[in-house]
Write a protein of this length. Structure first.
Length: 317
């Protein structure tokens, strides 16, 4: 009898627990609100959420048509975060780096949703094989922007004074970076580069430009000659840098315009050269060398274009 009572009593408890479990099952687990104290999430909840967000950011795929790559250097990383904060996935900073510039980087990175990691020098060396100055960033690169779409969305009034820069077979990333740096500083709007036989926007080009190339659209085109034709259709003058052209100082450089810079060894290709409305050259001293470096020549011509634009604006006022 004692055993029967004990068994029956146990069965009753199991039955009560089963009923309670059944009632609990009526309420979906995922609909339960997070634990709160005085209307606020608990510390455990916040920590779990922060860890989840950091994990999501670190695993997110790059934008379509681009890949993740590492860049290094204080100026390159700073300008990238200022111009394209959402293109940065992770920011690596050397442990001992505690300056106002580093504080600004951290603020910009977190504002754009990037993960900030303080690491040792060896970890930074592994991420970026170059002079990183204690700062590296993993960014989305090689995302190709469309020249056709640019013209479709370009208002007619915005063309006034516009300068585009087309590079014909510039294969050195340091030249590309230097040209981009001068283009940004002297008011150019965008770069146009061919898909083949041309330096793409790589970490070396970004560093050579001190990050400036991140602040200007770079249109990668399949056929540069066809791209120049499209520019003409949209009302742009085409000027080509060539030693046999009229000196830039004696030329009237009309805008909107495209300035074409050819490679140092061969200059512009014949078809590209034939599409230019005018060839312009840079006067040189008789004792000088045969030609200037492509980036140096581009800088001189950018300055002359900016000077003429400023003089024209002053004359109108």
């Amino acid at each position: 009898m004692r055993e029967a009572k004990r068994g029956g009593h146990g069965k009753g408890r199991r039955g009560q627990r089963g009923q309670r479990d059944a009632h609990r099952g009526d309420r979906p687990q995922q609909d339960r609100p997070p634990r709160e104290r005085d209307g606020r999430s608990t510390r455990d909840d916040r920590d779990h959420r922060d860890r989840s967000e950091r994990t999501d950011r670190s695993r997110r795929p790059p934008p379509p048509g681009s890949t993740w790559t590492w860049i290094g250097g204080l100026h390159a990383v700073t300008e990238t975060l200022r111009a394209k904060p959402h293109s940065v996935k992770q920011l690596l900073i050397e442990h001992e780096s505690k300056t106002p510039e580093i504080a600004e980087l951290v603020k910009l990175a977190r504002g754009g949703g990037a993960r900030v990691i303080f690491a040792g020098v060896r970890e930074l060396d592994r991420a970026f094989n170059g002079r990183h100055q204690g700062v590296c960033a993993q960014i989305a690169s090689n995302a190709q922007e469309g020249l056709t779409q640019f013209f479709l969305t370009l208002p007619e009034e915005a063309k006034a004074g516009m300068v585009l820069v087309a590079l014909d077979q510039i294969q050195d990333p340091h030249n590309l970076g230097a040209i981009a740096r001068s283009a940004v500083n002297l008011g150019a709007t965008a770069l146009i580069i061919p898909e083949r036989r041309s330096a793409p926007v790589t970490p070396a080009a970004i560093q050579a430009s001190a990050g400036a190339i991140q602040k200007i659209p770079v249109f990668t085109v399949v056929n540069l000659a066809q791209a120049l034709e499209k520019c003409k259709e949209n009302g742009f003058w085409i000027y080509g840098a060539d030693a046999e052209g009229k000196t830039a100082w004696d030329s009237v450089l009309n805008t909107p315009m495209v300035l074409v810079i050819g490679s140092e060894g061969y200059g512009m290709r014949p078809l590209v050269r034939s599409l230019c409305d005018q060839l312009v050259s840079i006067p040189q001293a008789a004792a000088g060398v045969e030609s200037l470096n492509a980036s140096c020549a581009a800088s001189v011509l950018f300055y002359e274009i900016a000077r003429q634009k400023a003089a024209a604006a002053k004359a109108r006022s």
